[in-house]
Design a protein around this ligand. Structure first.
Ligand code: GLC
Length: 728
C-alpha cells in the first residue's frame, strides 16, 4: 500500500498569516492537516505572531516567560486547577482510568488557552496529534509548548478581557450541541445493572422514594458479548418494550456504544465492515486487530465519510426501539493490548518460568503486563483513509473520537427525523462540541475528584463544550453517603447530571445510604428540577452567545482573593457557587467579591440573607443546598416534578436580591425540535424596580405556558416583599 504521510520533517517553517473575520489572526505553519474546525473567512495579511517560536527535530516549540502574576486558563478537561500553572499537560486522547496528580494526558485534546497578564491573549493550536504543555512546571516562570510536528495552524485571539476572547473563539469554532430539554433531568447509571429486572427495579425505587428520574444509562451489560448494536437475549430480552413503556412515563434509556467492533464470523456489523472496507488498516493493508472488551476487535475508520455514514446508520437498531440517547465510549480509541505485545509478554513469562528473578527482571516482566494497554506504539501501526490519503493514526490521533461522534450525530439526526437527542462522548477534541456533550471520564469516589470537577467546568466551557458533567458520586472505588450528597450539591447545577459507577463497587444510587442520605438526595434532585428552567435558559444563552456558563471569579473581579480562587464559580450572571468539597465539614470559607444574598434552597423554603463582601466562614450543612445571588439579580424557579415532561411552569417563582433594578430574561423553546438553530424561542422578561419601600414589576412575556409570576424580593436590609403578577 502506498502510504503518504502528512508530516514532513522540515526545519524551515513555511508560514502564511491571515486575519479572520472577527479580528483573530491565523498563522499557518507548513502544510497542516485540514481539520475543518475553523471555517471563518480569512484574508491573507503580513502579520507578526510576536512569539518566541522555533523548530527542532521536527517539533515546534513556543515559549513565554511568565510574570509571577500571569494566569493561564483553559486546556479544557485537563487535570489541575483553574489556573493551569505548575503542571504538565498533554493533548493526546488517552484512556487512563486513574486520574492521579502525576497524569498528564486524559481523554480529550482541548488546545485552547488564555494567557492572562497585563495583556490577555487566547491561543488555539489546531493540530490533531500530540501537544505538550509545560506551564511553569520545570521552570516556574517558563511556559513551554511542544507541538509534535511542524505543520499546524496557530490562532491568536486578542480581547480586552477573558470573556471577550472566549466569545471570539466560540464565534470561530461554531455553536455547541444542544440536547433535548429532558437531557437536563437526573440520570442514573451503573456498569453492572446486569438484567432488565435490575433496571426496572431502579426505576421503581426512584418512584417509590419520590426521587425524580429522567433516564437510565445502559452500560455494556445490555449487549451480547460486548457487541455493538446487539442485545443480550438472556438478560435484556424485552428492551424494546421496556424502552417504550418507560418513555411513556418520561424515563429514557441511553445505551452505550463502543468504538471497537468484535471480530466474529456471522456478526453483521463485523461482516458488513469488512465488506465495505470500513476498518482501519495495518501498513500491509490488513484490518488492524486490537483487543478491547469483546476481545479482538477492528476499529471503524471514522475518518472516512462512507464509514461514518455506514456506522451512523447502524444506530437504527436502537432508535427503532424508541431510544433517543447514546453514549459513545472507548473512542480514544482505547486498546487493552495488541496481539504482538501480548504474545511478547506471554513468551517473556514462559522464558522466566523457574528462574530466580531479581528486582530488575521482575519489574520488567511485571511492566510487560502492567503497561500493556494504550501503548503509544499501537497508534503508529494502523492507518486511516483521511481526505483521500492514508494517514497513520498517531498523526491525526485526536480526531478519532471526534469523528466517531460526528458519525453518531449525523446518523441520529437522520434516524430521529430532526428530533433532538442526548449524545455523549468520552474522547473529544475541540470542534466535536458541535456534535455532542462529554463527561469527564473515569473519575473516582474521591473528594479530590469532586474538587477537580469544580475546577474543570469553566475550562471545559472555554473549549466550547457545555453539555458536561462528571460521574457524580465517583466512578472508580466505592462512594459513600456524605461524598454523594456533597457531589450532588454541586452536580445539580451541571447541564449533565448523571450518577455513574463501576462494576464491583458498592451501589451508589441516591437511596442506598440510609434514610437520612436518601432524604438529602431527594431534596437535591427535586431542587434540580425546580432550577431547570433557569439552567436551561442559561445553557441556551451561553450556547447562542458564546458566553461561559461557569466562570472563574477572576473573570469579573481582579481582587487577589478572586484571582486565587479555585473552588468558587459564577453560574450565569446571577449565581455564585461555593460547594463544600471535603469531608466532615459543616461550614466553609467563602470569598464574596461583592455583597450578595446567601440562598438556602429547597422546596419547603427558599430563604435569602444578605452577606457583605470579603472572606466569610459560612455554614453549609449536609442537609442544605446553598448558593449566592448577586445583587440586583433575579433567579427563576418552579415547583419540582418527577420528570421534565411533568414540569409545570404555569407559576414562575422568582427570588431576587434587589436594591435598585433587576432584570431577568428567561429563554425557553420547545425543548425537542431543532428549531432553536433558527433562533426560534420565547422569552419572559421580568424587570423589578425599587420604588421607595416597594417594587414596581414589569413583565413582557411571550411564553404562553407562563400564567403567573410570584416574586420574593429581598433588599440589603433583609426586608422582604412578595409580589404576584398574573399574566392572563
Ligand atoms: C469505560 C467508561 C465507563 C464505563 C466502562 C464500561 O471505563 O469510561 O463509563 O462504565 O467503560 O463500559
Amino acid at each position: 500500500m502506498n502510504i503518504t504521510k502528512f508530516r514532513q520533517s522540515k526545519e524551515v517553517l513555511y508560514l502564511k498569516s491571515y486575519t479572520l473575520e472577527n479580528g483573530a489572526k491565523a498563522f499557518v505553519f507548513g502544510d497542516p492537516v485540514e481539520t475543518g474546525i475553523i471555517r471563518a473567512e480569512r484574508t491573507e495579511a503580513e502579520l507578526d505572531h510576536g512569539l518566541n517560536l522555533e523548530t527542532l527535530n521536527g517539533h515546534i516549540f513556543i515559549r513565554w516567560t511568565m510574570h509571577p502574576k500571569d494566569i493561564v486558563y483553559g486546556l479544557g478537561s485537563q487535570l489541575g486547577g483553574i489556573n493551569k500553572r505548575g503542571r504538565v499537560y498533554e493533548s493526546y486522547c488517552t484512556d487512563d482510568p486513574i486520574h492521579t496528580e502525576d497524569k498528564s494526558a486524559l481523554y480529550a485534546s482541548h488546545n485552547f488557552f488564555i494567557l492572562s497578564g497585563k495583556v490577555k491573549t487566547g491561543y488555539f493550536i489546531d493540530f490533531p496529534s500530540r501537544v505538550l504543555y509545560d506551564v511553569g512546571f520545570t521552570m516556574i516562570d517558563n511556559f513551554r509548548i511542544e507541538v509534535f510536528g511542524t505543520d499546524m495552524v496557530l490562532y491568536v485571539i486578542e480581547g480586552s478581557d477573558e470573556e471577550e476572547i472566549v466569545r471570539k473563539f466560540h464565534q470561530l469554532i461554531g455553536r455547541s450541541y444542544v440536547p433535548p430539554k429532558w437531557g437536563f433531568g437526573y440520570f442514573q447509571s451503573r456498569w453492572g445493572y446486569k438484567t432488565q429486572e435490575d433496571v426496572l427495579k431502579v426505576c421503581e425505587t426512584f418512584r417509590e422514594k419520590e426521587i425524580p428520574l429522567e433516564g437510565v444509562y445502559l452500560d455494556l451489560d445490555y449487549m451480547e458479548n460486548f457487541k455493538d448494536f446487539s442485545l443480550s437475549k438472556e438478560r435484556f430480552p424485552d428492551l424494546p418494550r421496556i424502552t417504550m413503556e418507560l418513555k411513556e412515563k418520561g424515563i429514557y434509556i441511553i445505551p452505550i456504544i463502543d468504538a471497537g467492533v468484535k471480530i466474529e464470523q456471522g456478526y453483521d456489523i463485523y461482516e458488513e465492515g469488512l465488506e465495505g472496507n470500513h476498518f482501519v488498516r495495518t501498513a500491509e493493508g490488513e484490518p488492524y486487530v486490537a483487543a478491547v472488551w469483546p476481545g479482538k476487535v477492528h476499529f471503524p475508520d471514522f475518518m472516512r465519510e462512507e464509514t461514518r455514514e455506514w456506522f451512523g446508520s447502524k444506530y437504527k437498531f436502537l432508535t427503532d426501539m424508541g431510544i433517543e440517547g447514546i453514549w459513545n465510549d472507548m473512542n480514544e480509541p482505547a486498546i487493552f493490548y495488541d496481539e504482538s505485545e501480548l504474545e511478547f509478554a506471554i513468551q517473556a513469562s514462559q522464558d522466566s518460568r523457574s528462574k530466580n528473578l531479581g528486582v530488575e527482571p521482575f519489574f520488567k516482566l511485571k511492566d510487560l503486563y502492567k503497561n500493556i494497554a494504550n501503548r503509544e506504539k499501537y497508534y503508529r501501526t494502523f492507518y486511516h483513509d483521511y481526505r483521500g490519503k492514508s494517514v497513520v493514526n498517531d498523526e491525526i490521533h485526536n480526531l478519532y473520537g471526534y469523528y466517531m461522534t460526528k458519525s453518531a450525530n449525523q446518523g441520529l439526526r437522520k434516524l430521529l427525523g430532526g428530533k433532538r437527542f442526548v449524545l455523549l462522548s468520552r474522547a473529544s477534541h475541540i470542534g466535536m462540541h458541535k456534535y455532542s456533550g462529554i463527561w469527564t471520564g473515569d473519575n473516582a469516589s474521591w473528594w479530590a475528584h469532586l474538587e477537580l470537577n469544580v475546577k474543570q467546568m469553566p475550562s471545559i466551557n472555554m473549549a466550547g463544550f457545555y453539555y458536561v458533567g462528571a460521574d457524580t458520586g465517583g466512578f472508580g472505588g466505592s462512594s459513600n453517603g456524605e461524598l454523594l450528597v456533597r457531589w450532588m450539591q454541586f452536580s445539580i447545577f451541571t447541564p449533565l447530571l448523571r450518577n455513574h459507577s463501576a462494576i464491583g463497587n458498592v451501589n451508589q444510587e441516591p437511596y442506598v445510604f440510609g434514610e437520612q442520605i436518601t432524604e438529602y438526595n431527594r431534596r437535591l434532585i427535586r431542587a434540580r428540577y425546580m432550577l431547570l428552567p433557569y439552567l436551561y435558559s442559561e445553557y441556551m444563552k451561553a450556547v447562542n452567545d458564546g458566553l461561559m456558563m461557569f466562570k472563574p471569579l477572576s473573570f469579573e473581579c481582579r481582587d487577589k482573593e478572586a484571582l486565587d480562587s479555585e473552588d468558587q464559580l459564577y453560574l450565569g450572571n446571577e449565581l455564585m457557587l461555593a460547594p463544600v468539597t471535603g469531608a466532615n465539614l459543616s461550614s466553609r470559607l467563602v470569598y464574596l467579591p461583592e455583597e450578595m444574598a446567601e440562598v438556602s434552597f429547597s422546596e419547603e423554603a427558599v430563604t435569602l440573607k444578605t452577606v457583605g463582601m470579603g472572606n466569610r466562614r459560612l455554614e453549609y450543612g449536609l442537609s442544605d443546598l446553598k448558593f449566592f445571588i448577586r445583587k440586583n439579580r433575579l433567579l427563576p424557579y418552579v415547583a419540582p416534578a418527577m420528570t421534565t415532561k411533568d414540569l409545570d411552569i404555569g407559576t414562575l417563582h422568582m427570588v431576587g436580591y434587589v436594591d435598585d433594578v433587576a432584570e431577568y430574561i428567561l429563554y425557553d423553546d420547545d425543548g425537542i425540535s431543532c428549531d432553536h438553530e433558527a433562533g426560534i424561542h420565547v422569552e419572559t422578561r421580568v424587570r423589578v424596580t425599587r420604588k421607595e419601600d416597594d417594587y414596581h414589576v414589569d413583565v413582557e412575556n411571550d411564553n404562553p405556558k407562563i400564567k403567573r409570576i410570584s416574586l420574593n424580593i429581598t433588599d440589603s436590609r433583609n426586608r422582604s416583599i412578595h409580589k404576584d403578577v398574573s399574566l392572563s
